[in-house]
Design a protein around this ligand. Structure first.
Ligand SMILES: [Fe+2]
Length: 205
């Protein structure tokens, strides 16, 4: 059982490593290279689904052409993923229905297949027509968009449309926000260091 899970988890992580390019990808790969991803260190996540997971099949199908290895590996590990939410977020803060449309799962991190050493990597889901308002955190952060388009901004700039396949890199404490359009967003994300401080929402402008 552990061998099977290890194989699937490593397949997923290697598929991401191979496909990742653009700003921030070198930082992510450098941190990934020093993580303990040995067979002895594999952990079996406690599977946990959330309402936002209803968007996952559509997102996996949409990412088949963009990142076929990642999409195929994701289908393999899907049943093991432990989806969760930032406990500080609520519909009151994020808009009605937000919490039913938002979830993330770690591949590397406390809820993932490997614990990680001051490094997190995982998946993020956000349903259509949602606004993840401005927030920041000390961790440098990469997003690799597997579906799209969606709109992004940082440092209170105007929102710009970003397509599937693009990567977005946020420096420490840089404010950033996301808006989804008529389709759900699935992204790979990574925090490369200083992962102990959670994201903090900023006052709405
Ligand atoms: Fe972030």
């Amino acid at each position: 059982m552990n061998d099977e899970i290890y194989g699937s988890a490593i397949w997923m992580i290697d598929a991401i490593r191979r496909a990742l390019k653009g700003e921030g990808s070198a930082d992510v790969k450098a941190r990934l290279a020093v993580q303990d991803l040995s067979p002895a260190s594999v952990r079996i996540p406690v599977p946990h689904r959330l309402p936002a997971c209803r968007h996952l099949p559509e997102c996996v199908a949409a990412s088949m052409f963009l990142a076929p290895d990642v999409a195929a590996a994701l289908a393999e590990i899907d049943e093991f993923l432990h989806w969760k939410q930032n406990p500080n977020y609520s519909d009151e803060l994020m808009g009605e229905g937000y919490m039913d449309n938002y979830a993330y799962a770690e591949l590397i991190g406390p809820g993932g297949f490997f614990l990680g050493e001051d490094f997190l990597m995982g998946l993020m889901l956000l349903g259509p027509y949602r606004h993840y308002p401005d927030h920041h955190h000390p961790a440098p952060e990469l997003y690799w968009l597997l579906t799209g388009p969606s709109k992004w901004r940082c440092d209170n700039s105007a929102f710009t449309e970003r397509k599937a396949g693009e990567t977005i890199w946020h420096m420490p404490m840089m404010s950033h926000a996301t808006k989804t359009l008529d389709g759900p967003l699935l992204a790979i994300w990574a925090w490369t260091r200083d992962v102990g401080v959670p994201a903090k929402l900023l006052e709405r402008a």
